[in-house]
Design a protein. Structure first.
Length: 318
């Protein structure tokens, strides 16, 4: 009787968490801006179910959520959820179960969903025989109409110049699209990990999930060689190698941007700057591209100069 009651309770929990997952994912369809942010938390209920009840329960929650989305909307929505959020939740749970470091956990939970989602996109393009030329032309027209009021202020802009600007912007976005997709997936994985870590601690879950302290974080030394290699590849005249080099260079530069922010966070904490002023400083850095370049360079040079002297001063950090 007790085992039956326990199994029933787990089943009810799985159904509730699956329903919550579907609601979070579907929010992007009904809430213009806030819904997109809310939908990023769709893996959280599945991740909690997997951590509390095991991998079998997690797989069941993923299956129920995928089936529900396919029935409520269409099979494409279910496939997108499974390839991106379902896989992310399962990889996060497995990495946490293995007690991997935060860096390794986020890397795995960004890389695997990116590969599955990329495979899904390629399969969809192949199956529907999509006319990429028509899509490109439609994008050019929409982007041109959106940018015309902005670029025409204070002097006007000819149609030819606008068309050239749009083509250049489109080309840059398309070249960096893989790295932008990986970046968005990594941000979603980090967001879900942070939310689950807070909830897991309040639920008294064991073992506690590790925390990555920005002020102490340093990129692996191998990243500098990846940076050099990708920088060289980005100048190779072969289009395929050059695009791969640009995308890897962009991602590694973001890694050093995070390390640079860690250096700044270290000194802000040592100076006992109030949290609200720290947040304001980060906002100023984010909205100023030149500052971001400086911070990324600062993070790169930290590899050699060790601005924080992390080996000697780690005990000073809270």
């Amino acid at each position: 009787m007790g085992d039956s009651f326990s199994g029933t309770r787990v089943s009810v929990q799985v159904l509730m968490l699956a329903a919550l997952t579907v609601a979070l994912f579907a929010a992007a369809r009904y809430l213009p801006v806030l819904g997109i942010v809310v939908s990023l938390l769709a893996p959280t209920p599945i991740l909690l179910a997997t951590l509390r009840c095991g991998s079998r329960t997690g797989l069941l929650a993923v299956g129920l959520s995928t089936l529900s989305l396919a029935l409520l909307f269409d099979s494409l929505q279910g496939g997108i959820f499974l390839a991106e959020y379902g896989v992310m939740a399962l990889v996060l749970a497995e990495a946490i179960r293995r007690q991997w470091s935060v860096e390794r956990t986020i890397l795995a939970s960004a890389a695997v969903p990116s590969m599955t989602s990329g495979a899904l996109i390629v399969a969809l393009i192949w199956s529907v025989d999509l006319n990429l030329g028509a899509v490109k032309q439609h994008f050019h027209e929409d982007l041109g109409q959106a940018l015309r009021p902005l670029l025409s202020e204070g002097g006007g802009l000819s149609d030819e110049a606008l068309r050239a600007y749009v083509q250049e912007a489109f080309g840059t976005v398309m070249q960096l699209l893989p790295s932008l997709f990986v970046l968005s997936t990594a941000a979603g994985a980090l967001l879900n990990y942070g939310v689950v870590r807070i909830m897991w601690r309040r639920l008294g879950g064991q073992p506690p999930l590790p925390e990555m302290k920005l002020a102490q974080w340093k990129a692996p030394e191998v990243c500098v060689w990846v940076l050099i290699a990708s920088g060289i590849c980005s100048f190779v005249p072969l289009p395929g190698i050059r695009i791969v080099g640009l995308n890897v260079l962009f991602l590694v530069s973001l890694v050093y941007l995070v390390q640079g922010l860690g250096v700044i966070a270290f000194y802000l904490q040592r100076a006992s700057v109030p949290p609200i002023l720290r947040s304001l400083a980060y906002v100023v850095l984010v909205i100023q591209p030149l500052f971001l370049l400086g911070v990324a360079a600062f993070g790169l040079f930290d590899l050699w100069f060790d601005f924080r002297r992390t080996d000697n001063k780690q005990e000073d950090m809270p």
